[in-house]
Design a protein around this ligand. Structure first.
Ligand SMILES: [Fe+2]
Ligand SMILES: [Fe+2]
Length: 177
């Protein structure tokens, strides 16, 4: 724990315990998102599954990075990141969508829903800390930007696959970037 880290948050008028609870909930979301993407990339099948699986695997590693950043901030504030997978579902806001249907297009839809939930979570968190806890604000804004990009990436991929099977490639993305 960082004494000053906690002091600054309290001085800004925030409830440190409540903030740690919210960060921990987001941390649980990230582990579930990580696994949902990771396992989705493994089981994906159907048209263009290679490309979609590649995108899912990329997102998985970014969700894990988010979990790492959140864990660091939770510990800095004197909290403990969820120490058991039992807590992931219990304390999560966005939950977990099991890829019962391995069709790559169905997986895309599931993960788009997950991203939309994550965007709401981080947007709310950002509103809570903005102008008060500048360190958490920076962290949450960074993650929010990633989640917005994730949603757009998946939507683009879904649209291209939907419009024309052959259009489902990474070229469209490459041009946009
Ligand atoms: Fe994330
Ligand atoms: Fe994401």
């Amino acid at each position: 724990m960082g004494q000053k880290a906690k002091e600054l948050v309290t001085r800004a008028g925030l409830d440190v315990d409540a903030l740690i609870k919210d960060l921990n909930s987001a941390y649980c979301d990230e582990w579930l998102a990580y696994y949902q993407y990771w396992i989705g990339a493994k089981v994906a099948e159907g048209k263009m599954f290679h490309l979609i699986a590649q995108e899912l695997a990329e997102h998985a590693s970014e969700e894990l990075e988010h979990a790492e950043k959140l864990a660091k901030r939770i510990i800095e504030l004197g909290g403990t990141p969820a120490i058991s997978p039992d807590l992931w579902l219990k304390d999560s806001t966005c939950g977990y969508l099991s890829p019962e249907n391995p069709d790559a297009m169905a997986l895309l839809k599931q993960n788009i829903a997950g991203e939309r939930c994550a965007i709401e979570v981080y947007h709310k968190l950002l509103e809570d800390v903005a102008g008060k806890d500048l360190v958490t604000e920076h962290l949450v804004r960074e993650i929010l930007e990633d989640e917005l990009e994730h949603e757009q990436d998946l939507e683009d991929l879904h649209r291209s696959c939907d419009m024309k099977e052959n259009a489902c490639n990474t070229k469209a993305k490459a041009c946009r970037k």
